[in-house]
Design a protein around this ligand. Structure first.
Ligand code: GLU
Ligand code: ZN
Length: 303
């Protein structure tokens, strides 16, 4: 009889080094960490440094230090997504060879008239059947209108028809940079990630990532999208409101507040406790179901 393969949970936190950790990213980090540790799983830290124009020098170090100060313990070394460029390129090449991807010479101006869908402008397919030779090209992947369905552990059943909702989307940008959708789809699969726990802002990207994984013959993860932190008036966080860096001198209190925001119920006896005691309690009692169906969390819970 073949040995039964026991699949252990592998989670990850994948911040882009665009600035220091703020409450929104801390919330996602805590949720993914607790979900992994509660399942006795591994938890990886991957810095998604593939978009230099958006990055801030030193932000990677700041993020790593902040996570360390908060007592997160990742398995293995921190990985940098830029070091996986080779396999991102290979994936693009494979999709081009199979005909699933094609060069696109459309400029932003060319697409300015395209209809808008729930995921932004819908690519009208201009270059689908070939385009003029040019070095200055993006690469797009073909989509179909077959529904891509998955069940998000927190947000329930999801379904997207990519062809009508986004159109063929970019996997290699005109500026030569790999698109986030491609990099994350490849790396989650290649790093053996089984469970993605991240912010709800990425829920609309998930079907595109699943589409790419299917075309590349890669496994797909289980997803849980956690609520976003908002100002009490429902507006998005910005610098000056909640998007300020998390405090490094008050990690235990901030962690307790984060747990409360995640609808866990840390006992009063933990106030004033050191980080390891808070983490022990949180790992043992983590209950993701408390977040089911929640879409946002008001900032006041942190204060
Ligand atoms: N790097 C992305 C971000 O910081 C997150 C990627 C992911 O969790 O899939 O927004
Ligand atoms: Zn085009």
């Amino acid at each position: 009889m073949p040995a039964t393969e026991i699949q252990t949970y592998v989670g990850r936190f994948a911040p882009s080094p665009t600035g220091p950790l703020h409450f929104g990213s801390l919330l996602a980090a805590v949720a993914s960490y607790l979900d992994a540790r509660h399942a006795n799983g591994r938890w990886l830290l991957r810095i998604e440094d593939i978009d230099p124009p958006r990055e801030q020098a030193g932000a990677d170090i700041e993020i790593i230090e902040a996570l360390d100060r908060y007592g997160f313990e990742w398995d293995g070394p921190v990985t940098y997504q830029s070091s996986f460029r080779e396999r991102h390129r290979e994936a693009v090449e494979r999709l081009l060879r199979s005909g699933w991807a094609y060069p696109c010479t459309c400029s932003r101006r060319d697409l300015a008239q395209a209809a808008r869908g729930p995921l932004g402008r819908i690519y009208p397919g201009t270059c689908r059947s070939g385009t003029r030779q040019s070095d200055d090209v993006a690469v797009r992947v073909r989509t179909t209108d077959e529904a891509i369905c998955f069940t998000d552990r927190l947000q329930g059943a999801q379904s997207q028809r990519l062809e009508s909702q986004s159109g063929d989307f970019v996997i290699l940008r005109r500026d030569g940079l790999i698109a986030y959708q491609l990099a994350v789809a490849v790396d989650d699969a290649e790093q053996g990630v089984t469970d993605v726990v991240r912010g709800l802002d990425l829920l609309p990207s998930t079907a595109r990532q699943i589409h790419l994984q299917r075309l590349l013959g890669l496994p797909t993860q289980t997803y849980a999208h956690v609520p976003l932190v908002e100002n009490t008036d429902g507006s998005k966080l910005s610098k000056g409101t909640g998007a300020t860096p998390i405090p490094l001198d008050r990690a235990p209190t901030t962690l307790l507040a984060t747990l409360a925001a995640l609808r866990q119920r840390p006992p009063k006896s933990l106030s004033g406790a050191p980080l390891p005691a808070i983490w022990d309690w949180a790992v043992e009692h983590w209950d993701a179901r408390a977040l089911a169906g929640q879409r946002n969390i008001a900032l006041q819970h942190y204060c």
